[in-house]
Design a protein around this ligand. Structure first.
Ligand code: MLT
Length: 278
């Protein structure tokens, strides 16, 4: 892990492998470690996995907006001298960041993978709920957030709860949430609540998009991704059985196979287009 130093923040960035760049953007309130199951993709991609500002081992001020996190991600690509467009993959909050990146910096993006996220802004009720949660965290600490979120992050069916890796995943998620600074949690909740609706801007992008969602996702259920599928011009949707809100962590084998197949197709399309242009 290295730190990428930007004017006001030092972002911890984990890189592995070589090949086309694949940027992995984590959910709230997690860090790069939620992508541990994607290490296997390093045999064919250059994985770039930041701890976004305020989270994990990054140092500096908490985030003020999702757009700022998207601009940070571009600064990371610049610092790593990634000149070719990257595949940008984000989960939940990371998915909001990936959408902003695709809309604000389309030339930097080869394809988009959106996992367990949504295009729509918060409803007024959801925004108010975030305000209440932030006030509680401010009073009582990050443990409140861990208690509120942990029951909703992973699939709850018996088959999923009985899987052998489950206790270690639960323990690691709890540790990550409890270690997140209160200032990051409250600032990120405000940024999440204030994020704009991306339905219209995303309906205009022509990049290929893979949508992935856990069948048992209790935070952004499959209907969110079905609505996204209906508005995106070039997208396909994979619903992953026995997975909740963190599908890539809960079933890395299925997720990685879908990503590899999607990116193989994206590469073949690019090659065919280049041959046609000659
Ligand atoms: C996340 O998993 O990143 C958050 O649940 C996103 C959100 O609260 O909208």
């Amino acid at each position: 892990m290295d730190h990428v130093r930007l004017p006001d923040v030092a972002l911890a960035v984990h890189t592995r492998g070589s090949g086309p760049p694949l940027l992995l953007l984590h959910a709230f309130p997690l860090d790069h470690s939620m992508w541990a199951g994607q290490d296997a993709l390093a045999d064919r991609f250059r994985l770039i996995v930041p701890d976004q500002r305020g989270f994990g081992r990054s140092h500096g001020p908490a985030p003020v907006s999702i757009a700022q996190l998207a601009d940070d991600a571009v600064a990371v690509l610049d610092a790593l001298q990634v000149a070719e467009p990257a595949v940008v993959c984000g989960l939940s909050m990371g998915g909001y960041v990936a959408q902003h990146l695709a809309v604000r910096h389309p030339a930097r993006v080869r394809a988009v993978i959106l996992a367990d996220t949504r295009l729509e802004a918060d409803t007024p009720e959801a925004r108010a709920g975030r305000g209440e949660l932030a006030a509680k965290v401010e009073r009582l600490g990050a443990g409140v957030l861990a208690a509120a979120m942990l029951p909703n992050l992973l699939a709850r069916s018996e088959a999923a709860r009985g899987s052998p890796g489950r206790p270690a995943i639960e323990a690691s998620l709890e540790r990550t949430i409890r270690e997140t600074p209160v200032a990051t949690i409250t600032a990120a909740l405000a940024a999440l609540g204030a994020r704009p609706d991306m339905v219209e801007p995303m309906s205009r992008i022509t990049l290929p998009v893979l949508l992935v969602v856990g069948e048992e996702d209790a935070i952004t259920p499959p209907t969110c991704m079905e609505r996204a599928r209906a508005v995106l011009r070039r997208s396909r949707l994979l619903v992953m059985p026995r997975c909740g809100h963190l599908a890539p962590l809960e079933d890395p084998t299925t997720f990685n196979a879908a990503v590899a197949a999607f990116l193989q197709e994206v590469a073949s399309d690019g090659a065919a287009q280049a041959a046609g242009d000659r």
